[in-house]
Design a protein around this ligand. Structure first.
Ligand code: ZN
Length: 125
């Protein structure tokens, strides 16, 4: 269900049990380990990287999310702001740089949720 995917993605939780964490730190902007992933779930022992290169596919999700930022800014500019193109592209680029850690994590978590379904029995045990 979509709410399970949203909960897992925004809460940095294992897609199968919603108990263990996927990334070491809940803060994506931590310089120390904000982008460091765990190998497996601490609660249900799910191995996150199913095969070598598994997370290359998350680049498609990342592309979609980054495009979302561009489209939102484009529509805001088209409807309300009417800025110069160079200013708009500067704002969009800054937005993409600022949101990169969140997009990176969410794209991997969404990608994991494509392949692992939430199992309510694992959460309740
Ligand atoms: Zn788990």
């Amino acid at each position: 269900m979509l709410s399970d995917i949203v909960k897992s993605t925004t809460g940095n939780k294992c897609p199968r049990c919603h108990q263990g964490k996927v990334f070491e730190n809940n803060n994506p902007y931590s310089f120390k380990n904000g982008l460091a992933m765990r190998n497996s779930c601490s609660a249900c022992d799910l191995k996150y990287e199913r095969e070598p290169g598994f997370f290359y596919g998350s680049m498609y999700v990342s592309y979609a999310l980054m495009s979302g930022i561009l489209i939102i800014w484009f529509l805001v500019d088209l409807i309300w702001l009417n800025m110069d193109a160079i200013i708009l592209m500067t704002i969009v680029t800054i937005n993409m740089l600022v949101f990169f850690p969140i997009i990176f994590r969410w794209s991997r978590l969404v990608w994991l949720n494509f392949f692992f379904k939430f199992d309510k029995k694992l959460r309740d045990t």
